[in-house]
Design a protein around this ligand. Structure first.
Ligand code: FES
Length: 111
């Protein structure tokens, strides 16, 4: 399958994150420090939409229970919490991204 075009870099002049649907998967595409990154939009905790969360300094925060993920790697950097209970942190899935001729491409085929 390989890389597929999902966006144009011009779109990221006004936005920092975009929700992509590719082969029935929802992917969160972000721009951090001038580069592009893709992670699964589905929070590994209980499936919250990371796109709907807050995005600051390269960290996306899940709107449901506040888990935090590094948008570059998908690595979990803040545990989900419900009331006073903290839950186990799992990393999110990340995908390879490349830019060609002004287009952003993602490869979701590698497992
Ligand atoms: S679903 Fe994302 S922190 Fe719970």
């Amino acid at each position: 399958m390989g890389f597929k075009k999902v966006a144009q870099i011009q779109e990221f002049e006004k936005i920092e994150k975009k929700l992509i649907e590719l082969d029935e998967k929802k992917i969160l595409l972000t721009k951090v420090d001038g580069a592009y990154y893709a992670i699964s939009n589905k929070c590994p905790h209980m499936g919250g939409s990371l796109y709907k969360g807050t995005f600051q300094d390269g960290i996306i925060t899940c709107p449901r229970h506040g888990a935090k993920y590094d948008a570059k790697t998908g690595k979990g950097v803040g545990k989900p919490k419900i009331l006073f209970l903290e839950f186990k942190m799992e990393d999110d899935r990340s995908y390879p991204v490349k830019v060609e001729d002004g287009a952003i491409l993602i490869d979701i085929s590698a497992e």
